[in-house]
Ligand binder design. Structure first.
Ligand SMILES: CC(C)(COP(=O)(O)OP(=O)(O)OC[C@H]1O[C@@H](n2cnc3c(N)ncnc32)[C@H](O)[C@@H]1OP(=O)(O)O)[C@@H](O)C(=O)NCCC(=O)NCCS
Length: 200
Protein backbone atom coordinates (compact mmCIF):
# COMPACT_ATOMS: atom_id res chain seq x y z
CA UNK A 1 0.00 0.00 0.00
CA UNK A 2 1.27 3.50 -0.82
CA UNK A 3 2.01 5.73 2.15
CA UNK A 4 0.35 9.03 1.22
CA UNK A 5 2.31 10.87 3.93
CA UNK A 6 5.56 10.22 1.99
CA UNK A 7 6.40 12.80 -0.69
CA UNK A 8 7.03 11.70 -4.29
CA UNK A 9 10.80 11.44 -4.64
CA UNK A 10 12.48 10.66 -7.96
CA UNK A 11 16.00 10.17 -6.60
CA UNK A 12 17.26 9.71 -3.05
CA UNK A 13 20.72 9.20 -1.65
CA UNK A 14 22.27 9.51 1.77
CA UNK A 15 19.45 11.55 3.32
CA UNK A 16 18.89 13.91 0.35
CA UNK A 17 16.10 13.58 -2.22
CA UNK A 18 14.83 15.22 -5.41
CA UNK A 19 11.12 15.45 -6.17
CA UNK A 20 8.77 17.53 -8.34
CA UNK A 21 7.76 21.14 -7.76
CA UNK A 22 4.63 21.42 -5.61
CA UNK A 23 1.88 24.04 -5.82
CA UNK A 24 1.32 23.80 -2.05
CA UNK A 25 4.92 24.96 -1.48
CA UNK A 26 4.51 28.29 -3.35
CA UNK A 27 4.78 30.34 -0.16
CA UNK A 28 7.69 28.22 1.12
CA UNK A 29 9.69 28.68 -2.12
CA UNK A 30 8.93 32.42 -1.96
CA UNK A 31 10.16 32.68 1.66
CA UNK A 32 13.39 30.81 0.88
CA UNK A 33 14.07 32.88 -2.26
CA UNK A 34 13.63 36.16 -0.40
CA UNK A 35 16.09 35.40 2.41
CA UNK A 36 19.15 37.64 2.19
CA UNK A 37 21.70 34.82 1.59
CA UNK A 38 19.72 33.55 -1.41
CA UNK A 39 19.18 37.06 -2.78
CA UNK A 40 22.92 37.78 -2.39
CA UNK A 41 23.86 34.43 -3.97
CA UNK A 42 21.83 35.25 -7.08
CA UNK A 43 22.71 38.95 -7.17
CA UNK A 44 19.04 39.88 -6.77
CA UNK A 45 18.42 43.46 -5.72
CA UNK A 46 14.65 43.58 -5.20
CA UNK A 47 12.45 41.08 -3.34
CA UNK A 48 9.58 39.42 -5.18
CA UNK A 49 5.94 39.52 -4.05
CA UNK A 50 4.16 36.32 -3.09
CA UNK A 51 1.62 37.01 -5.85
CA UNK A 52 4.38 37.30 -8.45
CA UNK A 53 6.07 34.13 -7.20
CA UNK A 54 2.82 32.16 -7.20
CA UNK A 55 2.20 33.18 -10.84
CA UNK A 56 5.79 32.27 -11.72
CA UNK A 57 5.44 28.87 -10.08
CA UNK A 58 2.32 28.11 -12.14
CA UNK A 59 4.33 28.82 -15.27
CA UNK A 60 7.31 26.74 -14.06
CA UNK A 61 5.00 23.82 -13.35
CA UNK A 62 3.16 24.10 -16.67
CA UNK A 63 6.08 24.50 -19.12
CA UNK A 64 8.51 21.69 -18.42
CA UNK A 65 9.97 20.98 -21.88
CA UNK A 66 12.81 23.49 -21.53
CA UNK A 67 13.42 23.19 -17.81
CA UNK A 68 13.70 20.53 -15.15
CA UNK A 69 12.99 21.78 -11.65
CA UNK A 70 13.19 19.83 -8.43
CA UNK A 71 12.19 20.35 -4.82
CA UNK A 72 15.19 19.34 -2.68
CA UNK A 73 14.35 17.21 0.37
CA UNK A 74 16.36 16.33 3.46
CA UNK A 75 15.64 13.25 5.57
CA UNK A 76 15.84 13.71 9.33
CA UNK A 77 14.55 11.23 11.92
CA UNK A 78 12.88 9.25 9.14
CA UNK A 79 10.92 12.21 7.73
CA UNK A 80 11.52 13.82 4.34
CA UNK A 81 11.24 17.61 4.58
CA UNK A 82 11.41 20.06 1.63
CA UNK A 83 14.48 22.29 2.07
CA UNK A 84 15.19 23.99 -1.26
CA UNK A 85 14.89 24.08 -5.03
CA UNK A 86 17.25 23.27 -7.89
CA UNK A 87 16.82 23.53 -11.65
CA UNK A 88 18.25 22.95 -15.11
CA UNK A 89 17.27 25.45 -17.82
CA UNK A 90 17.83 23.46 -20.99
CA UNK A 91 18.99 24.51 -24.45
CA UNK A 92 17.87 21.53 -26.53
CA UNK A 93 19.73 22.71 -29.65
CA UNK A 94 23.11 22.03 -28.06
CA UNK A 95 22.16 19.54 -25.29
CA UNK A 96 23.32 21.98 -22.60
CA UNK A 97 21.67 23.50 -19.52
CA UNK A 98 22.32 26.18 -16.93
CA UNK A 99 22.22 24.98 -13.32
CA UNK A 100 20.66 26.77 -10.31
CA UNK A 101 20.21 25.82 -6.65
CA UNK A 102 19.25 27.34 -3.33
CA UNK A 103 18.41 25.97 0.12
CA UNK A 104 16.44 27.46 2.99
CA UNK A 105 18.38 28.70 6.04
CA UNK A 106 18.09 25.55 8.19
CA UNK A 107 19.45 23.17 5.56
CA UNK A 108 22.60 25.07 4.60
CA UNK A 109 26.04 23.91 5.72
CA UNK A 110 25.12 20.22 6.19
CA UNK A 111 26.28 18.80 2.86
CA UNK A 112 22.79 18.93 1.32
CA UNK A 113 23.85 21.35 -1.45
CA UNK A 114 26.76 19.17 -2.51
CA UNK A 115 24.66 16.00 -2.62
CA UNK A 116 21.71 17.65 -4.40
CA UNK A 117 24.07 19.15 -7.02
CA UNK A 118 25.59 15.70 -7.68
CA UNK A 119 22.12 14.19 -8.09
CA UNK A 120 21.02 16.91 -10.53
CA UNK A 121 24.14 16.25 -12.64
CA UNK A 122 23.32 12.53 -12.62
CA UNK A 123 19.81 13.39 -13.84
CA UNK A 124 21.15 15.89 -16.40
CA UNK A 125 23.55 13.39 -18.00
CA UNK A 126 21.54 10.18 -17.71
CA UNK A 127 17.87 11.26 -17.95
CA UNK A 128 17.92 14.58 -19.83
CA UNK A 129 20.89 13.30 -21.94
CA UNK A 130 22.83 16.57 -21.74
CA UNK A 131 26.44 17.01 -22.85
CA UNK A 132 27.34 20.01 -20.75
CA UNK A 133 25.89 21.72 -17.66
CA UNK A 134 27.18 25.18 -16.80
CA UNK A 135 26.74 27.90 -14.18
CA UNK A 136 28.10 31.20 -12.98
CA UNK A 137 28.64 31.99 -9.32
CA UNK A 138 29.76 35.19 -7.59
CA UNK A 139 33.35 34.54 -6.46
CA UNK A 140 32.56 35.64 -2.88
CA UNK A 141 29.98 32.83 -2.56
CA UNK A 142 32.53 30.36 -1.21
CA UNK A 143 30.02 27.74 0.01
CA UNK A 144 28.49 27.52 -3.46
CA UNK A 145 31.85 27.34 -5.26
CA UNK A 146 33.02 24.59 -2.93
CA UNK A 147 29.76 22.59 -3.23
CA UNK A 148 29.92 22.81 -7.05
CA UNK A 149 33.57 21.68 -7.15
CA UNK A 150 32.83 18.69 -4.93
CA UNK A 151 29.85 17.72 -7.10
CA UNK A 152 31.93 17.61 -10.30
CA UNK A 153 31.92 21.15 -11.75
CA UNK A 154 35.24 22.57 -12.99
CA UNK A 155 36.16 26.26 -13.19
CA UNK A 156 36.46 27.34 -16.82
CA UNK A 157 37.02 31.07 -16.36
CA UNK A 158 36.28 34.30 -14.58
CA UNK A 159 34.03 37.10 -15.68
CA UNK A 160 35.65 40.14 -14.11
CA UNK A 161 33.66 42.66 -12.06
CA UNK A 162 30.43 41.45 -13.66
CA UNK A 163 28.33 41.26 -10.50
CA UNK A 164 28.04 42.83 -7.04
CA UNK A 165 28.55 41.54 -3.48
CA UNK A 166 27.57 43.70 -0.50
CA UNK A 167 27.67 46.82 -2.61
CA UNK A 168 31.08 46.12 -4.16
CA UNK A 169 31.84 44.96 -7.71
CA UNK A 170 32.58 41.24 -7.73
CA UNK A 171 33.91 38.66 -10.19
CA UNK A 172 31.82 35.73 -11.34
CA UNK A 173 33.36 32.28 -11.65
CA UNK A 174 32.20 30.28 -14.66
CA UNK A 175 32.02 26.51 -14.19
CA UNK A 176 30.89 23.54 -16.23
CA UNK A 177 30.47 19.77 -15.94
CA UNK A 178 30.50 17.03 -18.58
CA UNK A 179 29.52 13.35 -18.32
CA UNK A 180 33.14 12.13 -18.53
CA UNK A 181 33.99 13.96 -15.30
CA UNK A 182 30.89 12.91 -13.35
CA UNK A 183 32.13 11.55 -10.00
CA UNK A 184 28.97 9.56 -9.18
CA UNK A 185 27.24 7.85 -7.51
CA UNK A 186 25.27 6.86 -10.64
CA UNK A 187 21.86 6.67 -9.00
CA UNK A 188 19.86 6.78 -12.25
CA UNK A 189 21.70 3.76 -13.62
CA UNK A 190 21.33 1.92 -10.31
CA UNK A 191 17.55 2.56 -10.31
CA UNK A 192 17.14 1.30 -13.89
CA UNK A 193 19.25 -1.81 -13.29
CA UNK A 194 17.43 -2.49 -10.03
CA UNK A 195 14.05 -2.46 -11.82
CA UNK A 196 15.41 -4.76 -14.56
CA UNK A 197 16.76 -7.19 -11.95
CA UNK A 198 13.37 -7.22 -10.23
CA UNK A 199 11.65 -8.17 -13.50
CA UNK A 200 14.21 -10.87 -14.44
C1 LIG B 1 25.12 27.23 -2.27
C2 LIG B 1 24.38 26.23 -1.42
C3 LIG B 1 23.31 25.54 -2.27
C4 LIG B 1 25.40 25.19 -0.91
O1 LIG B 1 24.72 24.21 -0.19
P1 LIG B 1 25.18 23.80 1.31
O2 LIG B 1 24.38 22.62 1.68
O3 LIG B 1 25.08 24.99 2.19
O4 LIG B 1 26.70 23.42 1.09
P2 LIG B 1 27.44 22.17 1.70
O5 LIG B 1 27.04 21.99 3.12
O6 LIG B 1 27.25 21.05 0.77
O7 LIG B 1 28.94 22.71 1.75
C5 LIG B 1 29.74 22.83 0.63
C6 LIG B 1 31.09 23.31 1.08
O8 LIG B 1 31.04 24.71 1.41
C7 LIG B 1 31.52 24.90 2.74
N1 LIG B 1 30.67 25.90 3.35
C8 LIG B 1 29.41 25.75 3.78
N2 LIG B 1 28.94 26.92 4.25
C9 LIG B 1 29.96 27.80 4.12
C10 LIG B 1 30.10 29.18 4.42
N3 LIG B 1 29.07 29.87 4.94
N4 LIG B 1 31.27 29.78 4.13
C11 LIG B 1 32.29 29.07 3.58
N5 LIG B 1 32.20 27.76 3.26
C12 LIG B 1 31.06 27.14 3.54
C13 LIG B 1 31.37 23.58 3.44
O9 LIG B 1 32.29 23.49 4.50
C14 LIG B 1 31.66 22.61 2.31
O10 LIG B 1 33.03 22.50 2.05
P3 LIG B 1 33.91 21.32 2.71
O11 LIG B 1 33.18 20.06 2.43
O12 LIG B 1 35.20 21.44 1.99
O13 LIG B 1 33.97 21.62 4.16
C15 LIG B 1 23.68 26.90 -0.20
O14 LIG B 1 24.65 27.41 0.67
C16 LIG B 1 22.70 28.00 -0.57
O15 LIG B 1 21.54 27.73 -0.81
N6 LIG B 1 23.17 29.28 -0.61
C17 LIG B 1 22.29 30.40 -0.90
C18 LIG B 1 21.83 30.43 -2.37
C19 LIG B 1 23.02 30.47 -3.30
O16 LIG B 1 23.98 31.19 -3.10
N7 LIG B 1 22.90 29.67 -4.38
C20 LIG B 1 23.95 29.58 -5.38
C21 LIG B 1 23.94 30.72 -6.31
S1 LIG B 1 25.13 30.48 -7.62
Amino acid sequence: MTDITEPDLWLTHDGVGLGPLRADLAETYWRWENTLPVMAGYGRQTPESLTGRTDGLQSQMRYTDGQTRFTVYRQQDGTWTPVGMTSLVIDHRYRTAEFFIYLGDEARGHGVGTKATTMVLDWAFHVTQLRNVYLSVIANNTAAVRAYEKAGFRTIGTRRQSNMWLGQPADEILMDAIPADFPGPRLVEQAINHDRDELA
